[in-house]
Design a protein around this ligand. Structure first.
Ligand SMILES: [Fe+2]
Length: 189
């Protein structure tokens, strides 16, 4: 099996805030490296599975030749998968409407409050990783997943913000400004 980062990390680009060439460079370097690592490890595996499924496979359930590489497999699969969700988030921008707007207001009291919590969560997240917006039924939660990890299963994954330095440090003054720029570029549909 093979991972195609150009397909899995397709950017529906329409942002007035992010520079298209920087986004593509980000994807074509970091997501491509993770695809390469996965493809090297999994080239003899016939069955197709997603990067998220690979991440969630227990070490004892991996094919024997992969068990000693379980840590590397988890790092590459979580990074690849998280980047895919991140890049797919870019879209028309604007503000959420309909059910998602109601859900945000029910959980955070207002859209402005949600923005505040989101940018604050980005600001205080320590180290490299992704900030996720997760949903379980009518509850939302923000969850920072450090490098090499994904949030636990059982949640709908609505958003993943890349908080590695390579994602923001050249273009934004702070993680907080970057987080708001992503929200303003997000495809809420
Ligand atoms: Fe990244």
């Amino acid at each position: 099996m093979r991972f195609d980062y150009l397909n899995d990390g397709n950017i529906c680009y329409n942002s007035q805030i992010f520079q298209a060439d920087k986004l593509r460079k980000h994807r074509d370097k970091y997501m491509a490296e993770e695809a390469q690592r996965l493809n090297n490890m999994l080239e003899s595996v016939k069955k197709h599975v997603t990067a998220e499924q690979i991440y969630r496979t227990r070490q004892g359930s991996l094919p024997i030749f992969l068990r000693r590489r379980a840590v590397e497999l988890r790092e590459a699969s979580s990074g690849y998968y998280s980047h895919g969700v991140y890049f797919k988030g870019f879209g028309e921008g604007g503000t959420p409407t309909g059910d998602i707007y109601k859900l945000i207001c029910d959980n955070y009291s207002s859209l402005e409050c949600f923005y505040y919590h989101f940018r604050h969560a980005a600001e205080i997240s320590y180290g490299s990783g992704f900030l996720w917006l997760l949903r379980k039924k009518d509850k939302l939660k923000l969850w920072f997943a450090p490098a090499g990890t994904l949030p636990g299963g059982g949640y709908d994954q609505l958003m993943a913000l890349d908080l590695w330095e390579h994602a923001w440090i050249d273009s934004f003054e702070s993680k907080s400004d970057y987080a708001m720029a992503y929200i303003r570029s997000f495809d809420w549909r």
